[in-house]
Design a protein around this ligand. Structure first.
Ligand SMILES: Cc1cc2nc3c(=O)[nH]c(=O)nc-3n(C[C@H](O)[C@H](O)[C@H](O)COP(=O)(O)OP(=O)(O)OC[C@H]3O[C@@H](n4cnc5c(N)ncnc54)[C@H](O)[C@@H]3O)c2cc1C
Length: 499
């Protein structure tokens, strides 16, 4: 309660600064060319490019368009992501690096082209993007990246005059003419284009199963199913995953603030040591700055409000803050090799797009380009570097470790649920091990209790309580449930059972 007063509304600012747009839910059986499961930036970028080629598509969204990871993004659009080019060049070599560069530039240019062509009003602005380190001794990471940029012919340059609020930082790499936008307005624009003329978008239509009938795939929801020659699974972490790529994905989380400043930020920034990102956007309250930081792995059990407190302190030290307006958290999938996973799975006609490494605004469109080409049987110059099949036969030590740590974890036996509930504070969540098994208990502000199975419905890992978002979260694969057990985030499909 106190934190709400200090930090403003507990909501990603985009959801409060975009028009409402609704689509019906699926209530019959239909057939299209391609079924797209998931209505985030990846699903809608893919659906848009397929429809532009004359294919009929159907997007099935479990909740609302753009309302999960994409609503928590800071939506900086660029043909770079952090210090990615030195990593790609040193790990995979120049030929690979040039393919990677082409994919990022293609995605970036396609977004501009589509926004222009469809006339999408999404607060798009061209700005400079600065990458810098607040630790003088770490300047060499910029030099290494700059060498990679030069070798790959990418137009980033080193500057010594960094604008507000980093005037005191010695040097930065700057990329000119990069983009920032409002991601929900952008997705609404794409959705309005996709829906209609034999193509469809359905909201509140959770896919419970994808069946492979060989020449046809069927995505089944509670009240109807959609058949297509191909299916694209774009649910962030795939809900249908023939090659089990989920075992190679790690989950992170960051915290964001929307704030009004006495002096506005004009550009986009990534700053290291410690890691934060900054940009601003027009809102009904005026120019709103967005600051993101406090990165951590999803299994970090620190009280979530500690992260917000740190972020607030960082903002107060760096900026001249007038008011704190919004706060939220969000996380994305990270891959071991820092490359997205986009392409056809070993199940012919089934495609996935995931592992965006916190850079899915651009990579969502790269997914669109690659999957459009693969589905149409066209040659694509760089699809091989993102293939989901690259993990085949690779050990997944991380998966083994986390199953050991979070599924097989031993928790002290509690003999009485009643006593436990009695001792719990209001607005507290707790996992207990009792004669009924592992239970997840939440006691709300009015002392009502909600008792659920404490194991994730995906692979049975023991859930943990996120007191910031008031959700049960799976530390293994990132599934999220509300306190009533409803699924909020994939890969889980099924609710938690109640006790
Ligand atoms: C805090 C934060 C900051 C970021 N900043 C940037 C940035 O500046 N620039 C950048 O490029 N990227 C950024 N990213 C990354 C980017 O936002 C994500 O990579 C991207 O939004 C992921 O999109 P998605 O479509 O994969 O996921 P989502 O937006 O989560 O879409 C997946 C959709 O699938 C739906 N779904 C799930 N299960 C089912 C089911 N069974 N049936 C039907 N539908 C289902 C979900 O409800 C959801 O709407 C950031 C991410 C975070 C978390």
């Amino acid at each position: 309660m106190v934190i709400t007063m200090i930090l403003g509304k507990h909501l990603p600012l985009w959801l409060d600064n975009s028009d409402k747009l609704h689509f019906d839910s699926l209530n019959n059986d239909i057939e299209v060319d391609v079924v797209v499961v998931g209505g985030g930036v990846a699903g809608l970028s893919i659906a848009t490019l397929l429809k532009k080629e004359g294919l009929n598509v159907c997007v099935l969204e479990a909740r609302r368009i753009g309302h999960y990871i994409t609503s928590t993004t800071t939506a900086k659009l660029s043909y770079t992501s952090s210090l990615i080019y030195s990593h790609v060049l040193s790990t995979f070599g120049k030929e690979f690096g040039l393919k990677f560069k082409k994919s990022y530039f293609d995605g970036f240019n396609k977004i501009k082209e589509i926004i222009d062509e469809l006339n999408i009003d999404c607060d798009l602005r061209e700005v400079s993007f600065y990458i810098l380190s607040s630790d003088e001794t770490k300047g060499d990471i910029l030099d290494i990246e700059l060498n990679a940029l030069n070798e790959l012919g990418i137009p980033g340059k080193l500057v010594n005059n960094v604008p507000y609020p980093f005037e005191n930082v010695g040097k930065a790499i700057v990329y000119e003419n990069q983009l920032e936008l409002n991601p929900i307005k952008y997705l609404h624009g794409l959705s309005k284009y996709v829906d209609g003329g034999g193509s469809f978008i359905f909201e509140n239509s959770r896919v419970l199963d994808v069946e492979d009938l060989g020449e046809r795939k069927v995505a089944k929801t509670e009240n109807g199913s959609v058949k297509g020659k191909s299916v694209v699974v774009a649910t962030n972490t795939p809900i249908h995953d023939p090659d089990s790529v989920y075992k190679h994905l790690n989950q992170n989380k960051s915290h964001g603030l929307g704030l009004l400043l006495k002096k506005d930020i004009k550009d986009m920034f990534i700053v290291f040591n410690p890691f934060h990102t900054l940009r601003s956007t027009p809102t009904s309250k005026g120019e709103m700055s967005i600051i993101l930081g406090e990165h951590h792995s999803i299994d970090d059990s620190t009280d979530r409000f500690e992260f917000y407190k740190n972020l607030r302190r960082f903002s107060d030290d760096l900026l001249d803050v007038e008011s704190f307006e919004y706060f939220w958290s969000g996380g994305d999938n990270l891959t071991e090799d820092r490359l997205a996973i986009i392409g056809e799975t070993s199940q012919k006609g089934t495609y996935i797009a995931t592992g965006f490494n916190s850079w899915g605004m651009n990579t969502g469109m790269v997914s669109g380009i690659i999957l459009r080409d693969l589905i149409l049987g066209k040659n694509n110059h760089y699809s091989d570097i993102f293939s989901p099949l690259r993990f085949k036969n690779k050990e997944h030590e991380i998966e083994n470790e986390r199953i050991e740590k979070f599924k097989n974890r031993s928790i002290k036996f509690t003999d009485s649920i009643t006593k436990t509930v009695h001792k719990m504070n209001n607005d507290e969540g707790k996992i207990i091990n009792c004669e009924l098994g592992m239970l997840a208990i939440y006691k709300d502000n009015d002392s009502n209790t909600y008792i659920l199975n404490g194991r994730c419905s995906h692979k049975g890992c023991i859930l943990h309580w996120d007191n910031g978002e008031k959700i049960w979260e799976c530390p293994c694969h990132g599934s999220v449930f509300d306190y009533k057990g409803n699924v909020i985030r994939a890969p889980a499909i099924h609710k938690l059972t109640q006790h």
